[in-house]
Design a protein around this ligand. Structure first.
Ligand SMILES: *Cc1c(COP(=O)(O)O)cnc(C)c1O
Length: 387
């Protein structure tokens, strides 16, 4: 990987040491140019006319994401963020009293809140699968919980508050044996790991543009396996998701765009496609290798600092690195680093409550590396922390 060239292609690399890639990564120049270029076109010729002119670029976003996920373009929906993508699938699943939803202990708050709301409405139950001793979802634990009342297995691939990668393929295998849909929140994994849906054995996957994929903010996407699309009736329909065929009738689209709305941020959509192509060009295998190695290097350096504890668990780990320091609170660390143009963020209990409580953590610093970060930047972060 030509890190120098990739950094030169990233305007932000000249400004900041960016270790907040799990929050929002730095856009590469082609993404920035595509988004700004389309906004200019809208200003000059009109929004509808600009969308017509950009039809091919918009369609290519579906094709690029399909390639990234190993699916077909008609199994992709483009929406405004990963949460809405996930919601559109989740709220489409029919549940009855006593039905069971199985999820992970490190599940993301927005997903868990949705489980609780739907459980309250339908009488279904939400249950968290225990972790194995390494901290990842226990596949044996899942297996022992399965029965005919389980209607959904829904987990986060890479939790927002740590570097572990859950064993999606093995979880999907269990769900498949029971013919239960497997919903995978891949918000933190798409763009940093190889994420082919057939390997991950998932039926539904949600992701976001701004994180490891390096796309613009306000973009998200949903994959739904073709055989499942028509069994899922979206919670909202509009004249794009469905066609009004008779005064008292409508027909829902047959492809995954039934989960979309008509109006959207077209510039963002185009930028998302350019970001997906960019990741494909760099190569997901190389990205995964580089991000994983650099994060492991950062963990090693951090654990040598006195008073620093690294909190990442799991058998397989990725670019998210979390730690605390005895002498300073996570917010304090974030603020002091920001003053030196080093970006990190914090992850707090309310984002992943079950997991944080189990580990007796209230807040951690999250430093998430990308392939364009360097060993020198890791050294700068560590010397700032020791200073
Ligand atoms: C960020 C995140 C989300 C939400 O993504 P949005 O695009 O902000 O809606 C969902 N799940 C996980 C694990 C996340 O880290």
């Amino acid at each position: 990987m030509d890190v120098g060239r990739l950094r030169a292609d990233t305007p932000g690399c000249a400004e900041v040491v960016h270790f907040n890639n799990a929050g929002a990564a730095l856009m590469p120049r082609p993404v920035l140019d595509a988004v700004v270029g389309h906004l200019r076109l809208e200003a000059h010729i009109g929004g509808y006319e600009a969308a017509d002119a950009a039809q091919q670029a918009i369609e290519d976003t579906y094709a690029a994401l399909a390639q990234l996920l190993g699916c077909a373009p008609d199994e992709i929906a483009l929406v405004e963020n990963a949460t809405r993508a996930w919601d559109m699938a989740f709220y489409s699943i029919h549940l009855e009293p006593g039905d069971r939803i199985l999820t992970a202990r490190a599940e993301y708050a927005s997903n868990y809140i949705a489980y609780l709301q739907v459980a309250r409405r339908t009488g279904a139950r939400v249950e968290a699968i225990p972790n194995d001793p390494t901290g990842q979802v226990s596949v044996d634990g899942l297996r022992s919980m399965m029965d005919a009342r389980v209607k959904l297995v829904s987990i986060t691939h890479v939790p927002t508050n740590g570097g572990l990668v859950n064993p999606a393929a093995a979880i999907g295998q269990v769900a498949r044996e029971w013919k239960v849909p497997f919903l995978l929140d891949a918000c933190q994994s798409v763009g940093q790991l190889v994420t082919q849906v057939d390997d991950l054995q998932c039926d539904i996957l949600s992701g976001t543009g701004r994180k490891y994929l390096r796309g613009p903010r306000g973009t998200g996407f949903l994959y739904v396996r073709r055989s499942l699309i028509q069994q899922l009736e979206p919670p909202f329909l509009d004249l794009h998701a469905a066609e009004w065929t008779q005064p008292d009738q409508y027909v829902i689209r047959e492809d995954a765009r039934r989960f979309e709305a008509w109006e959207s941020n077209v510039a963002g959509k185009i930028g998302l496609g350019v970001a997906a192509r960019y990741a494909l060009d760099v190569g997901l295998d190389s990205i995964q290798q580089r991000v994983t190695d650099l994060a492991e290097h950062l963990r090693g350096e951090l654990s040598r600092l006195p008073g620093v504890s690294v909190h990442d668990r799991g058998r397989q780990r990725c670019g998210i690195v979390t730690f605390t320091m005895e002498t300073h609170s996570p917010e304090d660390i974030k603020r002091k680093l920001a003053a030196q143009q080093i970006n990190v963020t914090t992850s707090s209990r309310a984002s992943t409550m079950l997991d944080m409580d189990e580990r007796q953590l209230d807040k951690v610093v999250r430093a998430s590396v990308h392939y364009y970060n360097t060993e020198e930047e890791v050294a700068r972060l560590c010397s700032a922390l020791s200073a």
